[in-house]
Structure formats: C-alpha cells, structure tokens
Design a binder for this molecule. Structure first.
Ligand code: NAG
Ligand code: NAG
Ligand code: NAG
Ligand code: NAG
Ligand code: NAG
Length: 457
C-alpha cells in the first residue's frame, strides 16, 4: 500500500514537471491541431484594411476594444434608459456614442466612462464600461435601436476604426438562476464538462454564460451541445485578445495566444499550457473582469447569478436544488442581501482517487475542511454594484452576506494550487465526504446519455 502511494506521488510530481517545462517552452502552434473559434464580430475581420460596415468590427484601436453593448432597463423594466458597453480601454480618449436605429438613422450622444477597473494593477488595457444615456423615448423602446458605435469623432462615418456592436436586450427572468463561468479555453476533458453542466441542470440553474476561446474539439462539442439545449450562451472572446500585437503573432510562434485562425480552422487543439490562452496578471485579471462585467449586464434580469468556474460546484449539504435553497431558505433570512459568499471545499486530485466511478464527484471523496479561501459569490444583480472573481460590492442599502453557518459551500475539484498557502497540501488533514453519492445514480445516467449522444468515448 505504502509502495503504491509512493508511485502515485512520484507520478504527480513528474507530471507537474512536465506541465512546468512545456509551459516555459515556446511551443509552435504549427505542431498542434487547433479548433478555430471566431469572435462573431471578427468573422469578417481578417482583412484589416477593409472599411467598416455597421455590425462588423474590422479593425482594432489602441485605446478601445468594445466587447458587448447591453441595454439597461428602468427599475420596473418598462423601458431601457441607457446602453452599457463593456470593453477593454485605456480610458484616455473621449468617445461619442452613435445609435443606429431600425429606420437607419444614426444619432450621436456623448459617451461616459462609467467604470474603469483599477483593482489588480494597471495593465495596458483595463476592463472598462462606457455608458450612453437614452433620453429620446423612441430609443428607450425595446428593439428600436439595433447597434451602437463608439468613436472619438463627431461623424462616425469619417472614422476609419469605430467600434460597433449589436445591441443585447436583457429580459426579466424572475426566480431564475444563472452562472457566469468566465472563460472556456485550452484543453478540457469533455466528461468533466458534461458532469458540471448536468450537475447545474439538476440543481435548477437556468442559464450559463462562458466566453469561449481556443479549446479542444470535444470540449467544444460539449459546449455546442449545451448551447443547442438552450442552457449555454457561448460569447466568443476576441482572438488574439486586445492589446496583443497582431502582426508580431502572425507567425503563430507565440507565448500568449494565437491569431492563427485561418491556418488551423476546424481542427483539434491538443494540450497547450494555459499561458497560451490566458494572460497573466495584471492583464489576465482585467480580461476576467471584462467577462464578469459582460455577464452581469446580460444576466441583470435574473434572481441569482453565481460566478463559478468549470471545476467548481455549489453544493448544499443535503443536495437540495440550489436555486430553490437560495430562494426559499437563504433569501428569506437575509432580506437585504445583495449576494452571498461561499466557502471553498477543496477535493485535491493530488491525494489520488479515494472513491470510484467515472465522475469527479464519486472519484474524489476526501477534502480539506471548507474554508474561507478563494471563496466565490452568488449575487442578486439588481442589488449588486459590481463583482470580481472573488468579491462583490453591494448597491447602497444592501449587504454582502458571508454564509459561514449554512450548509452550502463550493466544491472545488483540482490539484493543489502552486502557491505558498498550499505548499504543504499533501499533509493537510483529510476529511471523508461522500455526500455527492446521494446523486450518483442520476448523475451517471445523465452523463452517459450525453456522452452517447455526442459520440464521445
Ligand atoms: C483587403 O480588402 C481590401 C479592400 O476590399 C482589398 O483591396 C485588399 O486586397 C484586401 N486584402 C486582402 C489580403 O485580402
Ligand atoms: C421562491 O420562494 C417563494 C417563497 O419564499 C415562493 O413563493 C416562490 O414560488 C419561489 N420561487 C421559485 C422560482 O422557486
Ligand atoms: C446559443 O444559444 C442561444 C439561444 O439559446 C443563441 O441566441 C445563440 O446564438 C447560440 N449560439 C451561441 C454561440 O451562443
Ligand atoms: C467557512 O470557513 C471559516 C473559516 O475559514 C469557518 O470558520 C466556517 O465555519 C466555514 N463555514 C462553512 C459553512 O464551511
Ligand atoms: C508531511 O509530513 C511528513 C510526516 O508525516 C513529513 O515527513 C513531511 O516532511 C511533511 N511534508 C511537508 C511538505 O511538510
């Protein structure tokens, strides 16, 4: 037994070395098959010299990249009073909003820089939001405006590089719950994604948003499947991300992310390390905040929104439906809550498989004690000013509630994080936790059905 344990440990250490060394290598994408994921806006944008037509963004400015334009409803949802444009920006340029309507008019109003993130350092491009106020009552009617452009000029037609986005009109989704899983990228095991989606479906989650980047083909298949069933919005992140020198990366020999859509379209992406997809701090933090801000705007009609990733599961001790639990048990206790902060319960893969089966939730049945580390939030959008990966800021009159005494935590299935806090993780006290076995049968059935349907082995 001891012997086997040592072999396992050696394997874990070895694979950690492999990951480390491949990540410092300057791997050429030419050696890999790449699943092409285009930004909808940039489908037509490969030719950077072409002129702009509304709805298609075909060039990049240094001071602004607009990602989405979402209408902001009045408190009673009878009209839309402004447009919020979630972007990457430097914040140094004064922009005007150009409102495109169904009858082909273009009207100009001043844009206000309504948010520029300054937490997590100052990268080249911060996560920003610009707001265009809608005073004209026609503009406030759902569907009247179709697109919005930002330009520093007085006439957008003179601008060789305006930023134009289609309008998104959020709608009220009373009593419903959504998840923002910031980004989907790299090499993801399809079965783990299926497990995560099926769990959240079982727990009452109505809608999920993720920003898709380059990802392996089978994982992409899973995402497309859940999009087709109506659960998932795949909101494609631009590639390369704003701020990367496009010309410099055109040869695909990149450390960061790829711009080589053309050469690698329709093929599969193999296991490249995360740095090929995700930028490091501080820019990476701001990329994540663009994703979270976009989610918050788009999901503002929902009763509850959780910011959790694909390896995190919100679990109530008796495996109650989490949407119902928040609605009927937690919310009535905290009537002025803006949102709830949940402890993390780590199920560390480094400890080896303690259970059995093919799902993480049955394989890993040992965890550390749930703790206030890397905590995550479930928030009520109408009462929340802003969120980041781990924090939430209430609107005035509302409170952030720390759920330290309730039977609900985030299960996090992963390896020991490579930071000082976890250095001794092999020696952390292990607690047996088999509560997930309560839903084993239904989860296995569901996961197998989806696998079969997708032809994934
Ligand atoms: C890009 O578009 C312009 C204008 O339509 C055209 O003249 C040029 O040849 C195109 N370049 C490429 C590389 O296709
Ligand atoms: C939320 O809880 C209330 C009671 O507190 C109930 O009347 C309502 O139907 C619940 N809504 C949903 C969507 O579960
Ligand atoms: C996914 O589904 C939604 C509706 O359920 C749809 O509007 C959207 O265009 C689909 N595609 C992507 C890539 O999100
Ligand atoms: C959350 O973590 C804190 C300390 O890290 C602990 O005191 C508390 O009991 C935990 N609560 C739950 C519900 O796990
Ligand atoms: C873990 O505990 C063992 C003894 O139980 C000890 O020999 C070892 O050094 C500890 N590991 C670390 C990383 O502290």
């Amino acid at each position: 037994m001891r012997h086997i344990w040592k072999i396992c440990l050696t394997l874990v250490v070895l694979s950690a070395f492999v990951v480390f060394f491949t990540s410092v290598d300057d791997i050429s994408l030419n050696q890999h098959h790449v699943q092409s994921v285009f930004s909808r806006d940039e489908m037509e944008s490969i030719n950077f010299t072409e002129r702009v037509t509304p709805g298609v963004k075909i060039c990049r400015r240094d001071d602004l990249y607009t990602f989405s334009a979402v209408a902001k409803p009045s408190a009673d949802w009878t009209k839309y009073t402004s447009i919020v444009i979630t972007s990457w920006c430097t914040g140094s340029t004064q922009f005007n909003c150009f409102l495109y309507s169904t009858n082909k008019n273009i009207e100009m109003v001043k844009a206000t820089l309504s948010r520029k993130r300054s937490n997590h350092g100052r990268p080249k491009h911060c996560a920003c939001q610009y707001t265009c106020n809608l005073d004209n009552e026609y503009h406030q009617i759902k569907g009247y405006l179709t697109q919005v452009g930002l330009s520093p000029l007085k006439d957008i037609k003179e601008d060789s590089c305006p930023q134009i986005n289609k309008y998104i009109y959020p709608t009220r989704q009373s009593g419903k719950m959504a998840i923002c899983s910031k980004m989907a990228y790299g090499s993801q095991e399809p079965i783990k994604l299926i497990e995560w989606f099926e769990y959240n479906r079982l727990m009452g989650v109505d809608r999920i948003i993720t920003m898709v980047q380059l990802i392996n083909r089978d994982a992409y298949k899973v995402l497309k499947y859940y999009n087709k069933t109506g659960l998932l919005d795949m909101d494609i992140f631009p590639s390369p991300l704003p701020g990367i020198d496009i010309k410099k990366n055109a040869n695909c020999k990149i450390k960061d992310r790829t711009s080589c859509f053309k050469e690698f379209s329709q093929e599969e992406l193999k296991d490249l390390p995360w740095r090929h997809f995700r930028r490091s701090s501080p820019q990476g933090e701001h990329d994540q905040m663009v994703a979270l801000d976009h989610c918050q705007e788009k999901l503002q009609g929902y009763a509850f929104v959780a910011n959790v990733d694909f390896d995190e599961f919100i679990v109530q001790s008796n495996l109650r439906n989490i949407k119902e639990y928040f609605n009927d048990t937690i919310l009535p206790k905290y009537q002025n809550a803006a949102g709830f902060t949940l402890n993390h319960s780590y199920f560390l893969a480094n400890w080896g498989i303690s259970g059995d089966g093919f799902l993480q939730m049955t394989q890993y049945t040992q965890r550390v004690d749930p703790r206030y580390v890397n905590y995550k939030n479930v928030y009520i959008p109408s009462r929340t000013a802003s969120t980041t990966t781990h924090e939430l800021t209430p609107k005035s009159g509302f409170r952030r509630i720390y759920l330290k005494k309730h039977h609900i935590v985030v299960h996090h299935y992963r390896t020991c994080p490579p930071v000082a806090y976890w250095k001794n993780c092999m020696n952390f006290t292990r607690y047996e936790d088999k509560k997930m076995l309560k839903i084993r049968k239904v989860m296995e059935e569901r996961a197998l059905n989806v696998k079969r349907e997708l032809g994934i082995t």
